[in-house]
Design a protein around this ligand. Structure first.
Ligand code: PLP
Length: 339
């Protein structure tokens, strides 16, 4: 019997479909470091428009996009505030500190992905030579698949502005948040000075992120991109995939959310699994102690790939796991429990 693999590890594992590949092959290109790639320019303008910002910058990864945002807002020895669970703090290999000489000030995330406003305010340093200068508040939406409550976003960014801080949104999955909440991505982006968007997550492009913000900040970011080695030449081939993704793969994120809900409900049926009900396309689950290793082995042996890092099992739905993948996953889990 040949085993079919269903890959629930991340929404980054999607492969470009035939239509996307055709768009890439047909892309009009030029040297983007010379500012001569029309497809890259079109993508940057498009994402900037979707976020309601003046300008955009196409980047090879979300990690570089966040790093460049942090370096655009903060100088050497400055500080940014971010959630303890924020990607730009926890999952980017300490890049802000290593490459930007920027000190992170993490603040504990509450279970809904927010942070206590009092803790954010307490973390903002006064003007005292003992302290680093706090320059920026960075939020993330969705965070761990959860949509940030709008009243929190408004209050936290308002607080930041009152203290003279800039604001950055890691919107790697901002379209998941927009689709789930029925709101325009531009509305979700509006309270922030800069917003970073990933094309290579649920949108299904092979590569790329776009950082958006004011024309002045993006000009600075463009220099930093060159410095960090992110200047790409005939990158229109990649930007074409991004444009295709924006044309075709935003509304369909709702399907990923529905499938995640169905999968989570099916998993929650088993008493040995404690499952967090997903808001978007990411499910976190804990397997009863003592069973975890055997469970992981059974899933892997049956072609169901899930992410088991950082102490939790994570399932992510995306365009390359359809209804049959959900059935196969739940069938495999049933088989494990002998149900
Ligand atoms: C994936 C991700 C990033 C980084 O994107 P890469 O392209 O993998 O570097 C940043 N922030 C969040 C929230 C992400 O999920």
């Amino acid at each position: 019997m040949t085993i079919r693999f269903y890959d629930f590890r991340s929404d980054t594992v999607t492969r470009p479909c035939a239509g996307m590949r055709a768009a890439m092959a047909a892309a009009d290109v030029g040297d983007d470091v010379y500012g001569e790639d029309p497809t890259v320019a079109a993508l940057e303008a498009r994402v900037a428009g979707l976020m309601g910002k003046d300008a955009g910058l196409f980047l090879p990864s979300g990690t570089q996009s966040n790093l460049i945002a942090l370096m655009s807002h903060c100088g050497r020895g400055d500080e940014f505030i971010a959630g303890q669970e924020a990607h730009c703090y926890k999952f980017e290999a300490g890049g802000a500190a290593v490459l930007g000489s920027i000190q992170p000030q993490p603040v504990e995330n509450l279970p809904d992905g927010t942070m206590a406003l009092g803790k954010i305010e307490a973390a903002i340093k006064s003007d005292d030579p003992h302290f680093a200068t706090t320059r920026l508040l960075a939020l993330e939406n969705t965070i761990g698949g959860r949509v940030l409550p709008e009243d929190f976003v408004v209050a936290a960014t308002g607080l930041a502005r009152r203290h003279g801080l800039a604001t950055h949104l890691d919107g790697a999955r901002i379209f998941n948040a927009a689709v789930r909440s029925g709101r325009d991505a531009a509305d979700l982006a509006a309270p922030f000075d800069t917003v970073s968007v990933c094309l290579s997550k649920g949108l299904g492009a092979p590569v790329g992120s776009v950082l958006t913000g004011s024309a002045k900040l993006i000009e600075k970011a463009r220099r930093l991109r060159k410095m960090l080695g992110g200047g790409m030449r005939q990158a229109g081939i990649l930007a074409a995939a991004g444009l295709y993704a924006l044309d075709n793969n935003i509304a369909r994120l709702a399907e990923d959310h529905i499938r995640a809900k169905r999968l989570a409900e099916g998993l929650a049926w088993f008493p040995a699994l404690s499952v967090e009900m997903p808001q978007t396309n990411i499910i976190f689950m804990r397997v009863e102690k003592g069973l975890a290793d055997r469970f992981a082995g059974h899933m892997a042996a049956n072609g169901i790939r899930v992410s088991g890092r950082y102490g939790e099992t994570r399932w992510v739905t995306h365009k390359d796991v359809g209804d049959e993948a959900i059935e196969a996953a739940l069938g495999t889990v049933s088989g494990f429990f002998g149900a």
